[in-house]
Design a protein around this ligand. Structure first.
Ligand SMILES: Nc1ncnc2c1ncn2[C@@H]1O[C@H](COP(=O)(O)OP(=O)(O)OP(=O)(O)O)[C@@H](O)[C@H]1O
Ligand SMILES: [Mg+2]
Length: 363
């Protein structure tokens, strides 16, 4: 008996996506099939650019094998990335363009949020996604320094919208563009809210797959305002291995849960020191805290980043390590963290039944 389109659907409902660990039909990865005799053309919508290449190949191979076993003579698989996202409910429809906002957060200052934010953004871009950065650390904006001179400074459109700056291909908005370096700005709660409202609604953001929001440390006005203004796909929590910073993160997480920002996963920064001269591995701040934290809060552990002068230098020099040395181990670590982050965002979206957006009320 020759294969039919309904049969293809039935077969693919038993094929598991190796990256998302879910079947292709109920998570809408299978788009369509064209059958001509015993030859099958399958079109798949990959929900993110973040597939590691081997898993993308494995996915195609699973589809081919399953359909050949069901009677197909030739199987052609066409894949297209259609970034999964949840449409904003009408009370949070402020942001036009970016599909998913990913926050980078930490319980305390100086653990490497901004370093992770810029490298995560550049790594997602290297995976093929369109990415922007919202420097939401209005108290201590460091993104402009970390990304170096702009290819295009911020501007305005004829209808008075702000055009984001362009750094290494990323669309970027930061309060650092609008106040002088070293000028102390005291932002009170309502001003923070108004500023973020402008950065979201009055900026001509492009059709971005991901907008990375670099948050100030802890939980305060910025976190609260952002969660009230737009839907946030989730937060990547950055921690250092010491116990004390983990306690801070756990505190922060309770607040994120309250404002309905899911924790996507945990990144341990300044995890260990590998001597560039002799390769000796030294765990200066102890080790394993990130993994323990992830377990404690039931989140995924995305990876560990060593203390490395090349990572600091990349930030100081305006050329983050992901693009300064794309083949380095550090860059590969960020590529892997980016992939896990993007897959987790996609899994969160696809695991929700598709329905029209609902109004959500923040209490
Ligand atoms: N893995 C690393 N190896 C070496 N230096 C690092 C690493 N991660 C961050 N740094 C350096 O540590 C300093 C603090 O990092 P960063 O500014 O990213 O932290 P932050 O959490 O955003 O800080 P803040 O709370 O002030 O916003 C920077 O000078 C940065 O270059
Ligand atoms: Mg910072």
């Amino acid at each position: 008996m020759s294969i039919t389109e309904p049969k293809v659907r039935e077969v693919l409902s038993t094929v598991i996506d190796p990256a998302l660990e879910h079947d292709l039909v109920s998570w809408r990865i299978f788009r369509s099939a064209e059958v001509s005799g015993d030859d099958v053309l399958v079109k798949l919508d990959l929900p993110t650019h973040g597939y590691p290449v081997p898993l993308r190949r494995e996915l195609v191979s699973r589809v081919e094998t399953a359909l050949q076993a069901a009677g197909a003579r030739t199987v052609t698989v066409m894949t297209e990335v259609v970034t999964a996202h949840i449409p904003a409910p009408s009370d949070k429809a402020l942001l036009k363009g970016p599909k998913n906002v990913i926050a980078v957060a930490a319980g305390k200052g100086g653990v490497g949020k901004s370093t992770v934010a810029v490298n995560l953004a550049l790594a997602l871009q290297r995976h093929g996604a369109k990415v922007g950065i919202l420097d939401a650390d209005v108290f201590g904006p460091s993104i402009p320094t970390m990304l170096g001179p702009a290819e295009r400074p911020p501007g305005t459109t004829p209808d008075q919208k702000i055009v984001p700056a362009l750094h290494h291909g990323l669309e970027v908005i930061s309060v650092g563009f609008f106040v002088d370096k070293g000028e102390a700005v005291v932002w009170r709660g309502p001003m923070v809210h108004r500023l973020l409202q402008q950065f979201l609604g009055d900026v001509a953001w492009g059709e971005l797959d991901y907008l990375i929001a670099d948050l100030p440390p802890g939980t305060g006005d910025v976190q609260l305002s952002l969660s009230q203004l737009i839907p946030i796909a989730g937060a990547v929590m950055v921690t250092t291995p010491q116990e004390v910073s983990i306690i801070d993160v756990v505190k922060g997480i309770a607040m994120f849960e309250k404002v309905e920002i899911p924790i996507l996963g945990v990144v341990e920064n300044m995890s260990f020191y590998k001597c560039p001269a002799c390769g000796h591995h030294d765990e200066i701040f102890s080790h394993g805290g990130g993994k323990r934290l992830a377990q404690e809060i039931n989140a995924q552990f995305f990876g560990e980043i060593p203390i490395d002068t090349r990572i600091r230098f990349g930030g100081d020099a305006g050329v983050p390590v992901v693009i300064a040395s794309p083949d380095s181990e550090n860059a590969q670590t960020f590529m892997s963290i980016a992939s896990k982050t993007a897959l987790k965002v996609a899994a969160n979206v696809l695991s929700k039944p598709k329905k029209s957006p609902r109004l959500s009320v923040i209490r």
